[in-house]
Design a protein around this ligand. Structure first.
Ligand code: FAD
Ligand code: NAD
Length: 469
């Protein structure tokens, strides 16, 4: 569809779905002169998820941690088409992807279908709700930029409502009870950020409310942060205790109501606890478009956790035409940015090799179509066949774990860092400085680094902004 798309009939069409960690890392390294490249994603930017909880409390401004996808594609050697739309259907047999503009404003055409030669499927995941009643209606999430913005607004709304004249102590306690569900790194980091806000800013902006604040973190498993070492779990728990953040482990959330949360503790008894805000960070589940794609290849795709890929990231059952990476796949790796980014860089190298191979095959076919071959052409054909066979040997993807880092509030972070001699598990203020510098350097552009560093300085000098948008 459309003349605007890059179209060179001698090149194959490579469609990339998504603009997150996997897709962005691929686009950064991809040689776009080899393909007609089309990127389709419902958001036209990359979101640096590790700093998202900081946006939820106003430490960072939303625009500091996003980067328009066109910032990358406009510097490429050959035009890349970026389309703001969501893939609604992928047909792996016909090799087509149907996508729709799902934003508020739409033109006369808002849905169409495109044929691909190769598809990179990197649509990530969405937040798992387990169909628990009230989650979608009453909780905030912590996955997309708008989730963090909504949490920020609601959080400030709770504070202002609690400050309303004549509010009873009981109602103030309810409004200022912040509940975070999920003791994975997202829930832990967010609880730490909320604590910082309350400690560093609320005490000066709303001193009369400072004793009514309570933060609870609810986790179904016996411990938080199962991916970190025991020492760091203990360190996090003691830091939270000092910070007055209640950790309720072995506690399942059963329902969320408008003004309360229903939990079931280790004793099996259900309790209804009043609260002002609930943030739901209970892990990932597949998007509908991914579930539908998996269902189309029942013989090859039997893992309900995600897309099954081989060690070259080729989706099983698609004959090497679809590559899947990141949170939408079921692999032995954790669903992290680190994994998705390394997979994206790996695929950029794979596509360079595929392009070379495709060019050789094209040449070979031209030779074969030319009719009878003289001795020299026969030799050329044998040579080309050998080269094609050689280019078929692509190295498999190998993940290199750089360690796990998480911010836990009170200017402390934890880090599990792998070294050849063993694991180094550290936590504290020095680790927090390391966390800051590590994330600053991992931001994709100088622009984002400058914006994030400036936001940190602004908060240090003037505190967080408490105006509610
Ligand atoms: P994503 O980055 O989620 O990207 C998916 C992309 O697909 C998005 O651009 C989305 O808009 C797009 N998309 C969605 N639907 C469609 C559709 N229908 N069609 C086309 N495109 C679509 N990991 C770490 O390693 N370290 C951390 O510190 C860390 N912190 C995190 C903090 C938070 C708050 C969260 C939520 C996650 C964090 N993670 C972290 C995990 C990390 O963000 C994910 O593992 C990573 O984003 C996965 O990359 P991805 O490319 O698979 O998916
Ligand atoms: P997660 O899956 O790691 O944790 C979710 C937690 O919610 C689980 O421990 C689960 O037991 C709990 N839970 C689920 N349902 C519940 C219920 N009804 N009641 C109470 N508890 C419930 O999710 P996450 O923290 O969003 O992380 C997702 C992925 O992103 C992980 O791979 C994680 O490593 C990665 N991540 C990494 C970092 C970091 O490295 N700093 C930060 C954020 C996310």
């Amino acid at each position: 569809p459309g003349e605007q798309l890059p179209h060179d009939p001698t090149k194959k069409t490579l469609v990339v779905l998504g603009s997150g960690w996997g897709a962005t890392s691929l686009l950064q390294k991809l040689d776009t002169t080899d393909y007609n490249v089309v990127v389709i994603s419902p958001r036209n930017y990359f979101l640096f998820t590790p700093l998202l909880p900081s946006v939820a409390v106003g430490t960072l401004s939303p625009h500091s941690i996003i980067q328009p996808t066109r910032y990358i594609t406009r510097h490429k050697d050959r035009t890349v088409s970026v389309i703001e739309a969501a893939a609604t259907d992928v047909d792996p047999i016909a090799q087509t992807v149907t996508f729709a503009d799902e934003s508020e404003i739409q033109g006369l055409i808002s849905s169409t279908t495109l044929k691909y030669d190769y598809l990179v499927y990197a649509v990530g995941a969405e937040t798992q709700t387990f169909n628990i009643p009230g989650v979608k209606e009453h909780a905030c999430f912590m996955k997309e930029l708008e989730d963090a913005e909504k949490t920020h607004t609601r959080f400030l709304d709770c504070l202002e409502s609690a400050a309303f004249p004549g509010q009873s102590e009981e109602e103030k306690n309810r409004l200022l009870h912040m509940v975070v569900v999920g003791g994975g790194p997202t829930g832990i980091e967010l609880s730490g950020e909320i604590h910082d806000y309350l400690e560093e800013d609320l005490r000066s902006w709303y001193p009369e409310l400072s004793n009514n604040i309570k933060i609870s973190l609810v986790e179904a498993l016996p411990s938080v942060l199962p991916m970190f070492s025991k020492k760091l779990i203990d360190y996090t728990e003691s830091t939270f205790k000092e910070a007055n953040i209640d950790i309720l482990t072995k506690t399942m959330v059963k329902e969320i109501k408008e003004k309360s949360i229903v939990v079931q503790g280790p004793d099996g008894v259900k309790r209804e606890v009043p609260c002002g805000m609930v943030v739901w960070a209970a892990g990932n589940t597949l998007r509908k478009v991914t579930k539908d794609l998996i269902a189309k290849l029942p013989e090859h795709q039997t893992n309900r956790r995600g897309i099954a890929v081989d060690d070259h990231l080729r989706m099983a059952g698609t004959n090497g035409t679809v590559f899947a990476l990141g949170d939408c796949t079921a692999t032995s790796y954790a669903p992290t940015a680190q994994v998705a980014a390394q997979q994206g860089s790996y695929l950029a190298r794979v596509f360079k090799q595929i392009a070379k191979r495709d060019a050789l095959v094209y040449e070979l076919q031209a030779l074969e179509n030319a009719g009878s071959l003289d001795e020299e052409k026969q030799k050329q054909k044998a040579d080309l066949t050998k080269q094609v066979e050689k280019s078929d040997k692509v190295k498999p993807f190998k993940y290199s774990h750089q360690g796990s880092l998480a911010y836990i509030g009170s200017e402390k972070a934890i880090a599990d860092l792998p070294f050849s001699v063993g694991n180094l598990a550290v936590g504290g203020v020095a680790t927090y400085l390391f966390w800051r510098s590590a994330y600053l350097s991992r931001l994709f552009s100088l622009r984002n680094r400058t914006l994030v560093a400036t936001d940190w300085v602004k908060v240090k000098l003037f505190g967080r902004d408490v105006s509610r948008e």
